[in-house]
Design a protein around this ligand. Structure first.
Ligand code: IVH
Length: 663
């Protein structure tokens, strides 16, 4: 369960904060269900920080936080007709009703959820969902979305003094494909799917692309509080429509689950013909009084369910199998497919992951394969259609040499990956540059693939640090670069120089050092020199760092060339704030003590309290158990206080904590 919570948390961040998911929605849902099943079987082990207890990810830096008056909830999923029937049974059980319940079926729009607050009919604030309670203020960007009225028109009933409308911002599929073609032309990473493109467009901070915002569409599907006189979900939508808000166009009243399933199937059949991406249907108890009676759990209301579509599948042919060279030199076989439309989106590549995977599926050039798209544009190859294999195909052999630099490829025993061992391989340099420019690293806006290719191919960048020496005149001379984009890039590089130690560590691309490991290393060592001076044992003694990571960090910094590169980056003005080093594991006044936090503290935020505790060598966990040493309790503590008292755990306040840490 701990593993699932950690993993789901990471994927939520990738999805909501970085708009760069690593796994498909279907794969996420599967992990999530596994956790829900475990929590159902072992409710006593359910943790307060489980994603089942929250809805999204907290707002990222850069946008002002907006608190939603009424939390923006998520929806529970049904994967099959049986589960839909199960939902209906639950609803009728809670309502103690033998009568059929009427549902409003709606298309489940696959975009980004937002809230629009209108005061006296004027758009005041628009925000993302964030973690459901606090989202990000994206009003300025939303004002550019043409289908969002800036002022409501008089409708069937008077517009309330304050109205919070919820709905989905989506990017129509045609606009999505156009945007990705444009991005590829400019050497930027294409978006994985229309949903990420919509979310990414709303969260533009610099050099805002207005055309992109204008191609977004908005559809309302709910209100935070029902306007006076409205008694059903359908009336709510109709009223919103009468005020000039676009409402979810695909909807139907369904008198029972059988008819609900029929609406679902009918929509599934039309799915590919719709101009926007939908990933299922949503069924909501139509009567608002019954909705109120049913109420909500922490994450989702009990009166609604999302019935997801299965991943879409199509057959196509493998025209070739190429090999990509990654940042770490990993050679990844990639199937080039005859372009095929799956769920309205054209797909033409599919990763085959590694040599063993190709062998397992026995994928060959010329084969007809079933490809599946589960929300993402990068599809998976489900299987080879053996019956349609032409004569004379050959099983795939990994190349023996790096296709970019020609170095002899190596595959170490026990590893699935074949690698190019040449550290000077241009492919590695290019991918390293893209990595450095990425959101989790130094975040250089506008440094994309095509530009990186030119920089490396023309010899302007021979090692990473060279990017920080680029001058506008050099950039202007490149293809597709005018004075304006050159200036923008130079400005973006200047911004990227001011970073944080964790981001810098991520940027270095040390194997096994991702955001989480970088954070713990940074808080233990405070600055780079102490980390450079640390022995492998000292690195390994950091909580959350194992022998493999420690060895990787040590050998990275033991390499003269890496050290020189780090020096040069610093000499070129890459800076971060130093922090006093934290204690090593087993040191500090709170060494070995475990804390749980609850309630609001008078002087410290939760984050600050956690930092104080960790700096003093203590640990913060999320739920009270017999192993907890202290419960740090503030104003309006939750159920944790009761639990601590039951277990006889010491309860302390902020003043006591400060005394313990010696502040
Ligand atoms: S109602 C309290 N209706 O799906 C209920 N949500 O998986 C709030 N979504 O966060 C949601 N189409 O972003 C509702 N017709 C629809 C929807 C819809 C898409 C999204 C929404 C929500 C997510 C939950």
């Amino acid at each position: 369960m701990a593993f699932l919570i950690e993993e789901l948390g990471r994927h939520l961040r990738l999805y909501h904060v970085e708009d760069a998911p690593e796994i498909s929605d279907a794969a996420y849902d599967e992990l999530f269900r596994e956790l829900l099943d475990l929590e159902r079987a072992h409710p006593e082990l359910r943790r307060d920080d489980s994603p089942s207890q929250r809805i999204g990810a907290p707002p990222a830096e850069g946008f002002a936080p907006v608190r939603h008056d009424v939390p923006m909830l998520s929806l529970d999923n049904a994967m099959s007709r049986d589960e839909l029937v199960g939902f209906d049974e639950r609803v009728r059980r809670v309502l103690a009703s033998d009568e059929p319940i009427e549902y409003l079926g709606e298309a489940k729009l696959d975009g980004a959820a937002i809230e629009l607050v209108y005061r006296e009919g004027q758009l005041e604030v628009g925000s993302t969902r964030g973690d459901g309670r606090v989202g990000e203020d994206v009003t300025a960007n939303l004002r550019q979305v043409l289908s969002i009225p800036l002022r409501l028109s008089p409708g069937a009933r008077p517009v309330p003094e304050r109205l919070s409308v919820r709905g989905e911002v989506v990017l129509p599929i045609r606009a999505f494909e156009r945007l990705n073609r444009q991005r590829e032309g400019r050497g930027l990473e294409p978006f994985a799917n229309p949903r990420n493109a919509a979310a990414g467009s709303l969260r533009q901070l610099h050099d805002i692309d207005v055309a992109r915002l204008r191609s977004l569409a908005f559809y309302a599907y709910a209100v935070a509080r029902a306007p006076a006189g409205v008694t059903t979900q359908l009336e709510t939508l109709e009223l919103l429509g009468s005020w000039g808000l676009p409402v979810n166009p695909e909807r139907q009243l369904c008198q029972d689950p059988t008819r609900a399933a029929a609406f679902h199937d009918a929509l599934a059949a039309r799915r590919e013909k719709l101009p926007i991406e939908i990933d299922g249907t949503v069924f909501k108890v139509n009567r608002l009084d019954l909705q109120t009676e049913l109420g909500a759990l922490a994450r989702a209301p009990r009166w609604a369910i999302a019935f997801k579509f299965p991943p879409q599948r199509r057959e196509t042919r493998i025209e070739a199998i190429g090999v990509n060279v990654g940042r770490t030199g990993a050679l990844t076989p990639v199937a080039k497919l005859r372009p095929v439309r799956v769920g309205g989106v054209t797909v033409s590549n599919a990763s085959l992951h590694n040599e063993d995977e190709v062998a397992r599926k026995d994928v060959r050039v010329g084969d007809t394969v079933v490809v599946q798209r589960a929300g993402d544009v990068i599809p998976q190859i489900v299987e080879v259609v053996r019956a349609r294999r032409p004569a004379g195909t050959e099983s795939y052999r990994m190349p023996r040499h790096c296709p970019v630099c020609g170095a002899r490829a190596v595959r170490l025993e026990g590893e699935a990956t074949t690698r190019c061992p040449n550290l000077d391989c241009p492919a590695q340099l290019k991918n390293n540059l893209l990595h450095v420019a990425g959101r989790g690293a130094l975040d250089v806006d506008g440094l994309g693939e095509k530009l990186v290719d030119q920089l490396v191919d023309q010899g302007l960048v021979k090692q990473l640090s060279d990017v920080f020496e680029l001058r506008a005149e050099q950039l202007e001379a490149l293809e597709r670069m005018g004075p304006r984009s050159a200036g923008n890039l130079v400005a973006a590089l200047a911004r990227a120089r001011e970073t944080t130690l964790p981001r810098f560590l991520v940027a270095l691309g040390i194997r096994h050092v991702g955001a989480t490991v970088a954070e713990v290393l940074a808080s233990r060592f405070g600055d780079l020199p102490p980390l450079l001076a640390a022995s492998r044992e000292e690195i390994e003694a950091v909580e959350g760092v194992g022998p493999i990571i420690a060895e990787s960090v040590e050998s990275f910094f033991a390499d003269e060339r890496n050290r020189a590169e780090v020096e040069r980056l610093r000499a070129l003005g890459v800076v971060w704030k130093k922090a006093p080093p934290g204690p090593a594991l087993g040191e500090g006044p709170l060494a070995g003590k475990s804390f749980v936090l609850t309630g609001t503290l008078p002087g410290l935020t939760r984050e600050q309290a956690k930092e104080r505790i960790e700096r003093a060598g203590g640990r913060v966990t999320s739920s009270v158990s017999k192993k907890t040493d202290y419960l740090l309790s503030g104003e309006s503590p939750g159920s944790k206080l009761r639990r601590a008292e039951e277990l006889g755990v010491a309860v302390i306040d902020e003043a006591e904590l400060l005394r313990l840490v010696g502040a």
